[in-house]
Design a protein around this ligand. Structure first.
Ligand code: IDP
Ligand code: MG
Length: 189
């Protein structure tokens, strides 16, 4: 077959994004039918067994519509120890134990998104940590109310993105592919 043209492009920046158990339980993963799931066998395989057929997340769609590319996704319940490792930077905080209990209390949708500036801009899409301070139009601003239930995580820089991606995903769970829209999003080729 034809070579994947992404092989000719430099590896784009990637970030780790996770929908926390509150986002999953509140149905914010599943919003409206979207052609993307139908066209993506990876998503179909993962979301169908969980009952999320033919729907895509309000949250996923915000990253997708921006022009970022989903290169990894899975649903899992992380162990408490795993969440402690994920949030190791916060281990001195008074809310650390509650935070880790919460993140390990139910399913998390773990994702890797790719695109130019995706780490920094992903944080913009997500909004400020405290949903009382997040701007309207951001994910937390529109969809969450309190800091302990702010529905989504995003890596805060290149270092944490690298660490979190390798913690949550095996290399073979990430896919490189070319979107038909890429040349219209980036103006390349
Ligand atoms: P971030 O998720 O915006 O990067 P961090 O400071 O890294 O924010 O904190 C990680 C998570 O810890 C937050 O998303 C939030 O769920 C929780 N958290 C942060 N500050 C507080 C707090 O003051 N009380 C309770 N939970 C908090
Ligand atoms: Mg953080």
């Amino acid at each position: 077959g034809l070579p994947d043209s992404s092989l000719f492009l430099p590896q784009m920046e990637r970030t780790f994004i996770a929908i926390k158990p509150d986002g999953v339980q509140r149905g914010l993963v599943i919003d409206r039918p979207n052609k993307f799931i139908a066209s993506c066998s990876l998503l179909r395989k993962i979301l169908k067994p969980s009952g999320y057929n033919n729907q895509i997340s309000e949250i996923i769609s915000r990253f997708e519509r921006k022009g970022f590319k989903l290169v990894g996704i899975k649903i899992m319940v992380p162990s408490k120890g795993f969440t402690q490792k994920h949030y190791h930077d916060l281990k001195e905080k008074p809310f650390f134990n509650g935070l880790c209990n919460f993140l390990s209390s139910g399913p998390v949708v773990a994702m890797v998104w790719e695109g130019e500036g995706v780490i920094r801009y992903g944080r913009k899409l997500i909004g400020a940590t405290d949903p009382q301070k997040s701007e309207p139009g951001t994910i937390r601003g529109d969809l969450a109310v309190v800091v302990g239930r702010n529905i989504i995580h995003g890596s805060d820089g290149p270092e944490s993105a690298k660490d979190e991606i390798s913690m949550w995903f095996k290399p073979e769970e990430l896919v490189s592919y070319t979107n038909n829209a890429d040349k219209w999003i980036y103006g390349q080729n």
